[in-house]
Design a protein around this ligand. Structure first.
Ligand code: HDE
Length: 706
């Protein structure tokens, strides 16, 4: 019989800078440096052996008295909590909001009173339809939820990256989400709206057509969380110290500009790196490239609301920026990753009802419904009423309630009084309401019949969908049509496909025509009968286009450079200098992860092996291979895909003459358009960076798909 050491033997021993740790089989490994804390049970009892459970003899039964084993398994069994019913897949980070100037004339909200004031923030980005383990590049709305820990309580602005929503009344939310998520009999498709139930619901819900345009646009496949806008969606109120209310729509404007990927690329990214968005944000923050957004306010009064063409309480409508300009009032900087994903990102509980003095709701029926849903959902998800005690959810200002007890309570009021009014003096009496500092709801006149009826002013479902379409560049319009065709081609029931086209006929003839042809409908359906005749006189809103508002910079973007042994070291140095000066990141992709030897004998480490670093992961590519490297890669499928995908996805391609044979093998003898930049000497590098600033060479895409 053999006995393993379990009589208090340490798991690690310090030998100078080296530590020797014991593996599961009792073997030893060396790791470097630092004191390690002893492993304990939850009760703080040090653990001597975490590799073997307690048994009678080495091959005998396990003993019930092994409290360490039982505690470990018990805790593991209960690691999961219900994932969010929507927005399950998310990524949270910390940062701060910095206020530019005092907004006292329009709001008494404390965070907006002083120029330069910084308010801690936690932001969680998410997709809506997919489960927690789904892929980042699903065609979907992105959640953009911001928790601001102000000095007068937490303000949660729980927004999206699209400024409108599918429905006008919260009572339809469960239907919308049921239709979008997996079909209940089969449990698929995952994280996709390309299926019958979704389009069945949409085609029977004309109010959703405006939002359908946005999700079929490139907005639904952002290149990065860092390159997308955010919106509060609803009309809110700002209220000043005198009680005067101003309507407001909240916008987050990314400093790095907007950018999206193309759909074929998104499909491939989901395979190559399902964590593409979260990895991007993680890497940017860890590298000190902190993304920033400016908070923009669209401010308007009752008079504007009365004269505006649509109801400002209808969340399926925008107010074009050209009509009510955006005032930029501060910046949001995201500068710290979480220490623990579960404790923070999973347990963070956003609630639309979390507002602070100086901010108030409107009667938007979607917002009113959300105010019930978010608090309610946290109870189920986080298991009790004390989720506000968790560090990520607790206010960072002093707070004191008379609430007590409940599951997992971490805070209970001290003193004798746990009720009020009470007549106990001073501290013994506990906290008191304060009429001067407390939250006061904006006083509004409300009266009317108790009815279930949609406001007449909500009845126009198509005019802004058309406005969105005409505001896009022709490339973006093509993408929208292609997305409708892709999604509806996955719909098995032809009647649903035709019904969608009947709505598009009310949006724009050209779009309806493209989609109808793309689906090969045998006869074009009649236009759907609109509740209100769509308007065709709404002006273009240039702000709605992504491509029309490019950042004209490669800052924050990523270049994938394919290298082989014998790569020209001077070119690599020039590439590094040029792209680093632009504020971009370079990742080297090589035949083996260990790296390559340059022509001057220096060693260049690789970030990816070719098949693990396909070009879909990069914004532009450079082919810096040697003659010998070209001979090797010309028959390498992954290298060919690297080039042909970059080509089809309209990326800028810098290449050395030695790469010509591989280029030809990958894309044939196509003429080199302006998206190709020959890097025959280091001086061409600045031309390459300059080209990359356009982000994509869309003319090529137009030529490839006329
Ligand atoms: Fe949400 N939504 N929602 N939603 N929503 C949730 O709350 C809901 C809506 C949004 O990162 C849930 O904590 C209803 C609009 C974001 O933790 C739930 C309605 C907008 C997040 C819920 C809406 C959003 C959520 C699920 C129709 C943009 C993720 C888990 C009236 C303005 C927050 C949770 C995070 C999450 C309900 C519509 C944004 C079930 C009933 C419109 C960003 O409470």
């Amino acid at each position: 019989m053999t006995h393993k050491a379990s009589n208090g033997a340490r798991n690690s021993v310090q030998i100078g800078e080296q530590k020797v740790i014991r593996g599961a089989g009792g073997e030893t490994h060396q790791i470097s440096g630092g004191e390690v804390p002893p492993l304990t049970t939850q009760q703080g009892v040090p653990v001597a052996d975490d590799q073997n459970s307690l048994t009678i003899g080495s091959r005998g039964p396990t003993l019930l008295e092994d409290f360490h084993f039982r505690e470990k398994i018990f805790h593991f069994d209960h690691e999961r909590i219900p994932e969010r019913v929507v927005h399950a897949r998310g990524f949270g980070v910390h940062g701060f909001f910095e206020n530019y100037e005092s907004l006292a004339p329009i709001t008494s909200a404390d965070l907006f009173q002083r120029a330069g004031e910084r308010t801690p923030a936690f932001v969680r980005f998410s997709t809506v339809a997919g489960n927690k383990g789904s892929a980042d590049l699903a065609r979907d709305v992105r959640g953009f939820a911001v928790k601001l820990y102000t000095k007068e309580g937490n303000w949660d602005l729980v927004g999206n990256n699209i400024p409108v929503f599918f429905i006008q009344d919260a009572i339809k939310f469960p239907d919308l989400i049921h239709a979008a998520k997996e079909e209940p009999d089969r449990g698929f498709p995952q994280a996709q709206t390309a299926h019958d139930n979704f389009w069945d619901f949409i085609s029977l819900t004309p109010e959703s057509i405006h939002m359908a345009m946005w999700i079929m646009s490139d907005r639904a496949i952002p290149r990065s969380f860092r390159f997308m806008e955010g919106f509060g969606v609803h009309t809110f109120r700002l209220v000043n110290a005198e009680g005067k209310s101003t309507f407001v729509k909240f916008h987050w404007k990314p400093k790095l500009g907007m950018q999206s990927v193309v759909w074929n690329e998104a499909l491939k990214i989901n395979g190559a790196d399902p964590d593409f968005h979260r990895r991007d944000l993680w890497q940017a923050i860890k590298a000190g490239n902190f993304p920033e957004w400016e908070l923009g306010l669209q401010l308007f009064d009752e008079k504007f609301a009365e004269t505006f063409a649509f109801d400002v309480l209808d969340a399926t409508k925008i107010i074009p920026e050209e009509e009510v300009p955006i005032r930029r009032v501060g910046r949001l900087v995201l500068n710290r990753c979480v220490d623990n994903f579960f404790a923070e990102t999973e347990q963070v509980a956003f609630c639309t009802q979390n507002i602070v003095p100086g901010i108030d709701f409107t009667n938007d029926p979607l917002l009113q419904g959300r105010n019930f849903s978010y608090l309610d959902t946290q109870l189920k998800r986080l298991g009790g009423p004390n989720f506000t005690h968790l560090p990520v959810n607790a206010p960072k200002c002093p707070f004191r309630t008379l609430q007590q007890d409940g599951h997992m309570t971490l805070i209970n009021p001290k003193g004798r009084a746990n009720y009020e009014p009470n007549s106990w003096p001073g501290e013994m009496g506990g906290p008191r309401e304060s009429s001067d500092r407390g939250f006061v709801s904006h006083q509004a006149d409300e009266q009317g019949q108790k009815i279930r009826i949609r406001a007449e002013a909500f009845a126009d479902h198509y005019s802004q969908a058309r406005q969105f379409y005409i505001s896009q560049t022709s490339t973006e319009q093509k993408h929208i049509a292609a997305a409708f065709i892709f999604e509806l081609s996955k719909v098995e029931n032809p009647a649903i496909r035709a019904r969608m086209v009947s709505h598009l006929l009310n949006v724009h003839d050209e779009l309806a025509d493209r989609v109808s042809k793309g689906l090969r409908l045998q006869s074009k359906p009649e236009a759907a009968i609109p509740a209100r005749q769509p308007r065709t006189d709404l002006m273009k809103s240039p702000a709605l286009s992504i491509m029309g508002n490019g950042p004209k910079s490669f800052h924050g973007r990523k270049l994938g450079a394919l290298i082989t042994d014998g790569v020209n070291a001077a070119l690599i140095a020039a590439l590094r200098a040029a792209f680093e000066e632009e504020g971009a990141v370079i990742e080297f992709v090589a035949p083996a992860i260990g790296g390559v030897e340059a022509n001057d004998g220096t060693w260049i480490e690789a970030g990816q092996k070719i098949d693990g670093g396909p070009s879909v992961l990069y914004d532009a590519v450079a082919l810096l291979i040697s003659e010998a490297g070209a001979k090797m890669l010309v028959n390498d499928g992954a290298a060919r895909d690297f080039i042909s995908d970059a080509y089809v996805h309209a990326k800028f391609i810098g290449y050395v003459p030695a790469a010509t044979s591989v280029l030809q093998r990958a894309i044939g003898n196509v003429p080199r358009d302006d998206g190709f930049i020959e890097l025959d000497d280091s001086k061409k590098m600045s031309a390459f960076v300059q080209a990359c600033r356009q982000l994509r060479h869309w003319e090529r895409e137009d030529k490839l798909n006329p």
